[in-house]
Design a protein around this ligand. Structure first.
Ligand code: BYC
Length: 310
C-alpha cells in the first residue's frame, strides 16, 4: 500500500523530533524545501556581497600583517558562499538560478552589507560585531535539521570565530590607543551597533517565517532570543573598553538579567531590505560587474567540460 503524504509528513516530523538529520534524497515537504532554498540562498548571497565592504580596505590596510589577515578573512567569506550554494543545490536548485535571482533583485541578502566602510576601524568593528552576530545565529543553524546546511555551518562557525577574534583584537587595541584611534573605534561602534542588531531580523511578532522554520527544526531560537543573547554579551565587552553604546535607553534589568535596548528603527530596516539603504545600489552594481567580468571564465569552463564530456 502507498504511503500517503500525511503519513510521510508524520514520519518526517518524527525524524526531526528524534534529532535525526534530513538528507538530500530523503522525502521532505515542499514547504521545507522552499524555506531552505530561500534561507540558504540568502545566506550564500550574504557571504558573497559581504566581501565588498571589507574588501574595499584591502589595498589601504595599515600594515602587512593587517592586510594578510584581511585578505584571508575576505577569502573565507567567498568560501562560505561556495559551501552554501552547494548546500542549496542539494535541494534541486541551481547556483545559476540563485545568482540570477540575486542580480535581478528578487533574492535578498543581509541588510548589514548595505552600509559604507568609512574608516579602517570599520573593518575591526565588522569582525567583532557583524561576525559576532552572525556566529550567534549560525551556531544555532549548525544544529538545524537539514544535514548539508548544518554541516556547512560547523566549518563556517569555526572560521567566523577567528574573524570575530581578529575584530575584537583590533578594536581593543584602538580603544586603548591614541585619541584618534579611540575616536575611530567609537565612531565605528556608533554606526554599526544598530544595523548589527537588525541582522537578527524583525521582532518575533513580525517574523512570518519563524513558525514554519521552528516547526521543522531549521530555527531552534527566535530572532529576538538570539538578538538579546548577543546584546547581553556585547554590552559588557564595550563598556569594559569604555566605549559607549549609542542608545540612550540602554539599561540593565536586574530581574531578567538582560540589557534592555531602546526601540529599533524598523522603518529604516525595511527600507534597506527593499533596496533603499545607503549602499544597496553600489553593492548590486559591483556584483553585476563581477558576474559580467566572469562570463569568459564560465564559458571556458563549460567548453572544457564539454570537451571532457563531463
Ligand atoms: N536582512 O520571517 P523573518 C556573514 C527578511 S553573512 C535582509 O524573520 P527568517 C558575513 C527575511 O528574509 C551571514 N532581510 O525571516 C559575511 C524575510 O523575507 P522573505 C548572514 C532580512 O528567515 C561577510 C523577512 O525579512 N547570515 O556572516 O525567519 C562578512 C521577514 O523575516 C533580514 C545569514 O544569512 C536581514 N537582516 O529570519 C562578515 C543567516 N532579516 O525571505 C560576515 C541565515 C529578515 O520572507 N538567515 N529579513 O522575503 C537567517 O538565519 C534568517 O533568514 C534571518 C531572518 C534570521 C536573517
Amino acid at each position: 500500500m502507498e504511503t500517503s503524504d500525511a503519513d510521510k509528513l508524520a514520519q518526517f516530523e518524527a525524524r526531526i523530533a528524534r534529532g535525526e538529520k534530513i538528507e538530500p534524497g530523503d522525502w521532505m515537504p515542499e514547504g521545507y524545501r522552499r524555506q531552505l532554498i530561500r534561507m540558504i540562498g540568502q545566506h550564500a548571497h550574504s557571504e558573497i556581497v559581504g566581501m565588498l565592504p571589507e574588501g574595499a580596505w584591502i589595498t589601504a590596510a595599515p600594515t602587512l600583517r593587517r592586510k594578510l589577515v584581511l585578505i584571508a578573512k575576505v577569502q573565507d567569506e567567498a568560501g562560505h558562499g561556495q559551501y552554501l550554494y552547494h548546500a542549496a543545490e542539494t535541494l534541486g536548485v541551481s547556483r545559476e538560478h540563485m545568482v540570477d535571482e540575486l542580480l535581478a533583485g528578487k533574492a535578498k541578502y543581509s541588510s548589514i552589507f548595505n552600509y559604507p566602510t568609512l574608516t579602517w576601524a570599520d573593518v575591526g568593528m565588522i569582525g567583532w560585531l557583524v561576525d559576532g552576530a552572525a556566529i550567534k545565529n549560525q551556531t544555532m543553524l549548525a544544529q538545524c535539521s537539514y544535514g548539508p546546511y548544518s554541516r556547512a555551518m560547523v566549518r563556517i562557525c569555526a572560521e567566523e570565530t577567528f574573524h570575530f577574534k581578529q575584530g575584537k583584537e583590533m578594536i581593543s587595541i584602538y580603544a586603548q590607543g591614541t585619541p584618534l584611534q579611540r575616536e575611530m573605534a567609537q565612531d565605528a561602534l556608533n554606526r554599526w551597533w544598530w544595523p548589527s542588531l537588525m541582522m537578527f531580523g524583525p521582532h518575533d511578532s513580525d517574523s512570518a517565517n519563524t513558525p514554519t522554520l521552528t516547526r521543522w527544526g531549521i530555527k531552534t531560537r527566535s530572532n529576538d532570543e538570539l538578538r538579546q543573547k548577543f546584546i547581553n554579551e556585547m554590552v559588557p565587552e564595550f563598556h569594559a573598553l569604555d566605549l559607549s553604546i549609542p542608545d540612550p535607553d540602554l539599561r540593565y534589568d536586574e530581574a531578567s538579567g538582560n540589557w534592555l535596548i531602546g526601540p529599533i528603527d524598523w522603518d529604516h530596516f525595511w527600507q534597506v531590505v527593499k533596496g533603499n539603504g545607503p549602499m544597496n545600489k553600489e553593492r548590486m552594481a559591483a556584483r553585476r560587474k563581477a558576474h559580467e567580468d566572469g562570463q569568459w571564465v564560465r564559458e571556458a569552463l563549460a567548453a572544457y567540460a564539454e570537451r571532457l564530456n563531463v
